[in-house]
Design a protein around this ligand. Structure first.
Ligand code: PGA
Length: 263
């Protein structure tokens, strides 16, 4: 049976905890009848605990974090460690998002975070993606170097706790030119798997989920999952309205049913 994983990236939203709880409740409701889809809600750190309580023990809908500090517990004012996130029930941590990179996060900084996340037993959602897509394929080199630096010291045995998120920067957020196309994503996903086969071997490279993110909407979600063969989707703006996210869940369910029938 095809399993579809959706990650909702709320970024610095909503403004207040009460809104976050309401939104989380809406998401939970949308998953009541889901058979193929599960969801991770990447909410701001201050909301993690309460949103986790709203979601309860549901395996289908759980909390995720949008980043983590590159340190262990100790004298690091303002830092949030991977173990702290784990103790709140977080299972997945997004790392290397382009909005963090735009604020100075380097490939080396991403690498250290990946190490901390894996050491704590959590799953890494590693974001990679180019600022611009050129016609000579230089953008693929950018993706390759982001991947190889971030995963430099990761042991093969940890590959089961890796998710790679392809998020072309030009496709993200309100200033996006447009989303990528399912065919464009598919090509890059093949390339990503080729790069991953270096450190992890061909078998693991085929099983590490490669997801698409960047202007995912209820209208295009289905085609990224079906034509684009995306393993999962990372959804920003469209995850801030329970109705639009529920439509994305419905699309994912439709693709799940179709994939099962065509097996
Ligand atoms: P978007 O954001 O869906 O609003 O483009 C995606 C992301 O940044 O993860």
């Amino acid at each position: 049976m095809r399993k579809i994983h959706l990650i909702a990236n709320w970024k610095a939203n909503p403004k207040e905890l009460s809104d976050a709880k309401r939104l989380a409740l809406g998401f939970k409701g949308g998953l009541m009848k889901a058979r193929f889809t599960d969801v991770a809600l990447a909410v701001p750190h201050p909301f993690l605990f309460s949103v986790g309580e709203v979601l309860g023990k549901s395996e289908r809908c759980r909390i995720a974090a949008q980043d983590v500090s590159p340190v262990n517990e100790g004298a690091h004012t303002g830092s949030v460690t991977a173990s702290m996130l784990k103790s709140l029930g977080v299972r997945e941590v997004i790392v290397g998002h382009s909005e963090r990179r735009a604020q100075g996060l380097t490939d080396e900084g991403v690498r250290i975070r990946v190490e901390k996340i894996l050491k704590s037993g959590l799953t890494v959602v590693l974001c990679v993606g180019e600022r611009e897509r050129d016609t000579h394929g230089a953008y693929l080199k950018t993706i390759e170097s982001q991947l190889l630096t971030a995963l430099k010291n990761v042991q093969k045995s940890k590959s089961g706790r890796l998710i790679v998120a392809y998020e072309p920067v030009w496709a993200i957020g309100e200033d996006a030119q447009s989303a990528d196309t399912p065919a464009g994503f598919r090509e890059v996903a093949i390339y990503i798997r080729k790069v991953l086969s270096g450190p992890f071997g061909p078998q693991a490279a085929l099983t590490i989920p490669v997801l698409y993110g960047g202007s995912v909407t209820p209208e295009n979600a289905g085609t990224f999952l079906s034509e684009g063969h995306a393993s999962c989707l990372l959804v920003g703006r469209a995850s801030l309205l329970a109705t639009s996210f529920r439509s994305i869940i419905e699309e994912a369910e439709r693709v799940g049913v179709t994939s099962t029938r065509t097996r």
